[in-house]
Ligand binder design. Structure first.
Ligand code: KG4
Length: 336
């Protein structure tokens, strides 16, 4: 079964053709990051307008790269939530038109389910159940993936997502948007151990996270140094900050797996590309005897192939949508 899949929830327009949920026939991405970098973050209206400009040409490229004609497409999958609402609406409206025009089913895919499904593309033998640590620009969740379409949230951030925290810390350190990769590179230049940063704990919810205090602490530290003229070790701060994020995420992922009775852990989302978090997850899983699946870097960020992968399993579960399907800025992952 060949699925034409679309992703447009933030600042990447993406289209892909995926066969039977596991084989990527094409995967094309048009990133707008350079445009948003001018403003230090994503400007929602610009994101929507760039999606409108790009999505049709991208679709033609996805089809031709896959060696497909329109007649070869069996279904259309689309990321319909969560995300910047204007951006999501562009992809959703285009996908609806495509499904209508081709006369094939329309499959709604929760964006974070898609991030998790990126692992199915990289690891042919991977099957649920497993524990997923999903970390992106807008979401940070610990999910018990009971089946391909059955998900249970065990914990998550109460405020900022891990990626948002990376982007804001990077900005105050004078690094370009999106800040995750540059801060990762800067962090690797130092052994850290210089700055003491806060760790948040949510009373009565040990698997929940909070990153807003950490973000503010980094901003205050940098502003204080600027105002007093005290020297700032940027490399050490990047390193200590990244370690603080990892120390919040990794032990909770291990505890969530233990509570859910899972011995397989997967990581997902843009922040899963972080070298220190990857190293800490590897170390923790090795110690616990758990099996760890880390998506290759190119499948961590937003892409269309992951939506095609999850779309296949949603289709098998009977999750197709009518033309009245709407987009959602927020949506519980357990609802698809
Ligand atoms: O999953 P993603 O591409 O988009 C969303 O669905 O949000 O995640 C984007 C986020 C950004 O905040 C970006 O800074 C972060 O992932 N990111 C990283 C790294 N690469 C990208 N964060 C930490 N370390 C990285 N190496």
């Amino acid at each position: 079964m060949k699925i034409l899949a679309f992703e447009s929830t933030c600042d990447e327009t993406a289209a892909a053709v995926v066969e039977d949920g596991r084989r990527v026939l094409s995967d094309v991405i048009a990133s707008q990051a350079d445009m948003h970098a001018l403003y230090g973050g994503v400007v929602p209206e610009i994101a929507s307008r760039k999606h409108v400009e790009t999505i049709a040409a991208l679709t033609e490229k996805a089809l031709s790269d896959a060696g497909c004609t329109r007649a070869d497409i069996d279904a259309v999958a689309v990321s319909y939530a969560p995300g910047l609402i204007g951006a999501v609406l562009v992809g959703l409206s285009f996908a609806k038109s495509a499904a209508l025009g081709l006369g094939v089913p329309l499959i709604p895919v929760h964006h974070i389910r898609g991030h998790i499904a990126a692992n199915y593309l990289a690891f042919p033998g991977l099957e649920p159940p497993f524990l997923a640590l999903a970390m992106s620009g807008g979401n940070t969740l610990l999910i018990d993936v009971e089946g391909y379409t059955e998900m249970r949230i065990l914990g998550g951030t109460r405020d900022d997502a891990a990626g948002e925290c990376f982007d804001k810390a990077a900005r105050v350190l004078g690094l370009p948007y999106p800040g995750g990769k540059p801060i990762d590179e800067l962090a690797r230049t130092s052994a850290g151990g210089v700055y003491k940063l806060p760790q948040a704990h949510v009373d009565g919810a040990p698997l929940d996270l909070s990153f807003s205090g950490l973000k503010t602490a980094v901003v205050n530290l940098v502003h204080h140094a600027e105002q007093t003229g005290e020297p700032l070790d940027r490399g050490a701060l990047a390193r200590d900050f990244t370690q603080a994020v990892s120390d919040a995420l990794v032990p909770r992922a291990m505890e969530a797996a233990r509570q859910a009775g899972r011995t397989v852990i997967t990581a997902a989302g843009g922040v899963a590309a972080n070298s220190i978090i990857r190293r800490d997850l590897e170390e923790a899983c090795r110690k616990a005897g758990y099996q760890l699946y880390l998506p290759p870097l190119k499948l961590c960020g937003d892409n269309g192939a992951m939506i095609g992968a999850q779309g296949y399993y949603e289709y098998l579960a009977g999750h197709t949508a009518g033309m009245e399907l709407n987009a959602y800025a927020t949506r519980d992952i357990s609802l698809n």
